[in-house]
Design a protein around this ligand. Sequence first.
Ligand code: ATP
Ligand code: MG
Length: 313
Amino acid sequence: MSGVPAGKSNVRLQRTVVDELTVRPGTSAGLGSRSTAATRADWLRPAGLTHAHDVAEHDLVAFRQELASAQELLWASDTWALLVVLQALDAAGKDGTIKHVMSGVNPQGCAVASFKQPSQHELAHDFLWRCTAALPERGRIGIFNRSYYEDVLVVRVHPELLAGRHLPPAAADGDTLWRQRYEDINAFEKHLVRNGTRVVKIFLHVSKHEQRRRFLERLDEPSKNWKFSSADLAERSFFDDYQQAYEEALTATSTPWAPWYVVPADHKHAMRALVGGILVDVVGQLDLRLPSPGPGEQEALHAARRALESEDA
Ligand code: ATP
Ligand code: MG
């Protein structure tokens, strides 16, 4: 594509950090050996700030601005959509991440879809259907707060849910079902990417200890009580099963066209800045450019200018 090159970001996550967070396709996710608290590389940019917390906030502001202008370019170049899939256990910080990372983006260019337990209507369709209906249009950023991955995560941890899914007998068979779903997801995402939707998948990796601390905070602080649900406590007892389900799902579905990123989530500020940095990195790879007018369009612009200038004041 010709045209005006996009302004290059002043703030980028170092490649070593992006690489560290990426689940390399064909390798295991290795969640057990990934930190929930820090990256190995020192990614925080020196900016005359000493506190890690302040530096992370500083970088988040920069990533946010970059994302806002990237979204404008996305819109103007009218070729790509960006789909951000956010997955995590309860209290890992999905909602806060969406709020803080996306707050600079023009609301017209961005939409969030949250996926809860499927309705009867949704269950009457295949597991990708409801997400397909919520995909971002060309030029927009779509965020999936949970996604079709729930169908290989919560449903895997609670296979009894399959009973209400009306699956054909062959598809309802244990391991085959999960393998087929991974295949379907990989094919679906390949289809999306080939057709202009870049897919970024982020797992917020929180520790069991930090989840407990956040639940207690929700119980202790009256203003946060509403965030607590006793269902969260019930799911916490399956923490290890979820880790196992995530391990397998991320390993099977981190592909060259749609890799997974695992972001340490125990420190919220760093987590949000890292998510912002990943999104900026991915959008940067799209090499977005403002469309430049062709010769005919150029002449039309000149004619419009002449017409406006010749108007009586
Ligand atoms: P928050 O708690 O911050 O509001 P949330 O995403 O946890 O956000 P909830 O309403 O608490 O929202 O939970 C949604 C629940 O729906 C989760 O437990 C999730 O696992 C479940 N869910 C999502 N998709 C599916 C699915 N396809 N099948 C079964 N359960 C699902
Ligand atoms: Mg919840």
